[in-house]
Ligand binder design. Structure first.
Ligand code: PDD
Length: 281
């Protein structure tokens, strides 16, 4: 596929960065994953404003006008002719002659983007078309700034791998007895018709999908709360969902071998998923 690197469109195989790039040496960079439906980016401004927040949080004084980011992403969409896709966009601090922990004054950042296909938008979807997840819970071994979309994802990968090795699909992370999010998605539960998601904090990412679901809930009069979810409450939930730009809204039907609700995707999920699909077109 055609990718983007530092001002140039080129095939992915030809996109290479120097070994002295601080992204390679220190994991010194941030990223975004932006969905594309019917050739158009979805919730673009929210992704770019989060990217700028992440950059400023890691002390990188680098911002482009949203229209420049859009031109970059549209360049990828046109060149690859994907209808539905996700764009991976990464900015690292760039290359410097020596390896120093000191954060250097910003030179040229490395801006990289690639695109990969997502499944087609289905108008007449059945609940059985959407894969339900089983999850485990684990202590959150990540750092204290999970609100930054940093490229340093080793802990996330290890926590995800734990789930796969125990025959589950993902891991819900627990800190101080509270469930915060999963390894690459936000967490929602439903109890007695009320949608509940943990409040924003430095322990989880401010998901664009999370925000969008709260907006949809508000718009359609579905009650919701942003409050802490103690780990033990997961088993008591009628429904559990994981949300992200690529997973959209994923029903969870098992937590540590305990069946959630009726063991199938629930009615509030079905309604919310429908609202979400209607807005993708
Ligand atoms: N992950 N929490 C974490 C830790 C994430 O990595 C993500 C997204 C989310 C959901 O955010 P959003 O709704 O804005 O996609 C929550 C992306 C998709 C990834 O790493 O591939």
């Amino acid at each position: 596929s055609v990718a983007y690197l530092n001002g140039e469109f080129l095939t992915l195989e030809h996109a290479t960065v120097p070994v002295l790039d601080r992204g390679f040496l220190f994991g010194d960079g941030v990223y975004e994953v932006i969905p594309v439906y019917a050739g158009k980016t979805f919730r673009f401004s929210s992704h770019i404003s989060r990217l700028h927040k992440s950059l400023s949080a890691i002390l990188m004084n680098f911002e482009l006008p949203e229209s420049d980011w859009l031109a970059l992403c549209e360049g990828l969409i046109e060149r690859n002719e994907f209808e539905n896709a996700s764009i991976y966009l990464q900015v690292t601090r760039g290359s410097y002659i020596d390896r120093h922990h000191d954060i250097p004054t910003l030179g040229e950042p490395t801006v990289f983007a690639m695109i990969s296909p997502l499944p087609p938008v289905q108008k007449d979807w059945q609940a059985s078309d959407i894969k339900s997840y089983s999850v485990i819970t684990e202590d959150d071994i990540r750092w204290q700034r999970c609100d930054i979309k940093a490229i340093t994802l080793l802990a996330n990968c290890m926590l995800k791998q734990k789930a796969l090795e125990s025959g589950a699909d993902d891991t819900i992370l627990v800190r101080n007895g509270e469930a915060s999010e999963a390894t690459s998605s936000n967490l929602f539960i439903v109890r007695d018709g009320v949608i509940i998601t943990p409040p924003l904090s430095e322990h989880l990412l401010a998901g664009v999908t999370r925000e969008f679901i709260l907006t949809l809930a508000q718009r359609h009069g579905i009650p919701f709360e942003e409050r802490a979810i103690p780990e033990h409450e997961l088993e008591l939930a009628d429904e559990i969902w994981l949300t992200s730009s690529t997973k959209e809204i994923r029903p969870v039907i098992k937590v540590n071998d305990v069946t959630i609700g009726d063991g199938v995707a629930g009615p509030v999920w079905r309604q919310m998923y429908q609202y979400y699909q209607e807005l993708k077109e």
